[in-house]
Design a protein around this ligand. Structure first.
Ligand SMILES: *Cc1c(COP(=O)(O)O)cnc(C)c1O
Length: 299
């Protein structure tokens, strides 16, 4: 909404979004009154950068990479490409609190990055919350204004806006939890490292070909051929698993006009992805048990 207002984009302007993400990424575009253009993902489940040039039209204005599962997209390449094409970059950082790529955090190589503090995120509030980070003063002022009914001063409303304010209670909890973020992420990483090095069952594929250093592991995404059977087996052993995500955006009813499109890699992820438990609070014995159980599948 802020970018549209700042740049004066028309309603038929297009924003490129990966189809494998939480629907919020795409719905933010629709809710801003712009057009979504989906692209496929790569073998890490991240926006397929190679497919971008073909997706760009004369109406394209913006690209939104999603740092899915805690791993950041290659922002250097995305920055270069967006500069060449005259496009604005916006990051969905909802799953990568504390992550860096080449020591650079979200929001530094783009117009802005959006964080969610939904309770299950790496940095979670007590209820719904979120934040935008940006180095662009003009953008930041616009975003603040829109989030506060279009006002910069009390009762002086410069434009239309909404209430997207972060409440003080959650802000104070988040300030305290922020101090633990790096420590929590290190715990997540060490659990992911154990999963990746000790899961040896050929029936499952571990993420990132065993290279776990540059993710903050919001999710540990395994892939397995017969997911339903695998989840049933894990559940019988007392281990909860989850799916991120069972239906790619372009196959959702909310995006009917895109339903006939085909994004084969994202569809493969949607069919086979299964997430193992991963929180900083897992005990060593629980991690052992999860690894052992996965290695004994299907028996
Ligand atoms: C959680 C999440 C969001 C949405 O966050 P809300 O706080 O629910 O608005 C957006 N994108 C991704 C990738 C997410 O995981």
């Amino acid at each position: 909404m802020s970018l549209k207002k700042l740049h004066g984009w028309d309603d038929d302007c297009e924003v490129i979004v990966p189809t494998l993400t939480f629907v919020a990424t795409a719905m933010a575009v629709v809710n801003a009154g712009l057009r979504v253009v989906f692209v496929d993902v790569d073998d890490n489940g991240l926006m397929d950068i190679d497919s971008l040039p073909a997706a760009v039209t004369s109406k394209t204005r913006c690209i939104i990479p999603v740092h899915l599962y805690g791993k950041m997209c290659n922002m250097g390449v995305l920055r270069k490409l967006s500069e060449e094409q005259g496009l604005v970059l916006l990051e969905d950082a909802a799953q990568c609190h504390g992550a860096t790529i080449n020591n650079i955090k979200p929001g530094n190589l783009s117009a802005a990055a959006a964080y969610s503090f939904y309770p299950t995120k790496n940095l979670g509030a007590l209820a719904d919350a979120g934040a935008i980070v940006s180095n662009d003063e003009e953008f930041a002022n616009m975003a603040r204004r829109i989030a506060n009914y279009g006002a910069e001063e009390k009762y002086i409303h410069l434009q239309n806006g909404e209430n997207s304010r972060l409440d003080e209670l959650n802000a104070s909890v988040l300030s305290l939890k922020l101090q633990l973020l790096d420590e929590d992420n290190a715990k997540r990483r060490s659990i992911a490292y154990r999963y990746s090095s000790q899961i040896s069952n050929k029936a499952v594929t571990v993420p990132y070909k065993g290279n776990v250093v540059d993710s903050v592991f919001h999710v540990y995404p395994l892939r397995v051929d017969n997911r339903r059977e695998f989840q049933q087996y894990m559940s019988e052993k007392g281990i909860e698993t989850a799916i991120h995500y069972p239906i790619p955006c372009h196959r959702q009813k909310a995006f009917t006009q895109y339903n006939t499109l085909s994004f084969p890699v994202a569809e493969q992820w949607a069919e086979h992805e299964v997430s193992l438990p991963l929180t900083p609070f897992l005990a060593a014995e629980e991690i052992d048990y999860i690894i052992e159980t996965v290695n004994h599948y299907p028996k």
